[in-house]
Design a protein around this ligand. Structure first.
Ligand SMILES: [Zn+2]
Length: 244
């Protein structure tokens, strides 16, 4: 085992075992600006950062963290509760909360799913239609996202080569040099401004393949509610992973 490593990103490794001994979700962040030791919760990842001023000693930082073990335990990452697609579950579809209503009928030959104002009505012969419901939502996502993307691409007069709908956990959308757009089907479960913003973001990449000022200006222009959509994705986007 080597104690010293050359790259900056791994220099905190020697602390890892000490941090893990306090809590597996505890991480260290050395800060030039921090004046005192502090614990910060990253709500998105559920990780807790032990913020250490440059001049503080590791020993004092670890002692500080140990002192707040209860607080860390209470706030650190737990897997957020999953929301399965079962009878009675309330899910937001295309910006509207709807209750899943499952009617079992052994006599029918295939499952039918209907999107009503306040419900998703599933008539099925299957014991567990959750995969069928997920497939329905993916199909719905494909048609809605495709429609919105083409509308926005027409505004900037740029062709879309192809649109694919995936189940990605690391990004909500992407755009390739060739004009291929890809989106997470889970956006169908987000409020409309958020769905709209992600589509606007990827369509804006058809012109600007970067995140510079002009890209953001175009993204804002193409979004129905940029602040609302962008803000929601930043704050709540990770929750979309809980469904299904
Ligand atoms: Zn981007």
């Amino acid at each position: 085992m080597r104690l010293f490593r050359s790259t900056a990103s791994t220099t905190l490794d020697p602390y890892a075992a000490d941090l893990a001994a306090i809590h597996p979700s505890l991480r260290m962040r050395v800060s030039a600006r921090a004046k005192r030791l502090a614990l910060r919760l990253d709500a998105k990842t559920g990780l807790i950062y032990l913020v250490m001023p440059k001049r503080a000693s590791l020993k004092s930082a670890l002692a500080f963290a140990r002192q707040y073990e209860d607080w860390i335990e209470k706030h650190a990452a737990r897997e957020p509760d999953a929301i399965p697609f079962v009878d009675g579950a309330v899910i937001c579809i295309l910006g509207q909360d709807r209750t899943i209503r499952v009617e079992h009928n052994p006599d029918i030959r295939r499952t039918t799913i209907t999107l009503a104002d306040q419900a998703l009505i599933v008539v099925t012969n299957q014991d567990d239609p959750s995969l069928r419901i997920a497939r329905y939502l993916k199909t719905l996502a494909r048609s809605e996202i495709t429609r919105i993307a083409h509308e926005k691409a027409a505004v900037i007069n740029k062709p879309i080569n192809a649109i694919s709908i995936r189940d990605t956990s690391t990004r909500w959308g992407s755009c390739s040099q060739e004009g291929n757009l890809s989106f997470s089907w889970r956006l169908i479960l987000a409020p409309l401004p958020a769905l709209d913003y992600v589509v606007a973001h990827e369509v804006a990449h058809l012109i600007h393949m970067n995140h510079k000022t002009r890209f953001w200006a175009l993204c804002e222009k193409l979004s129905a509610d940029f602040a609302g959509g962008h803000g929601w994705m930043k704050k709540h986007g990770h929750n979309l992973m809980r469904y299904g």
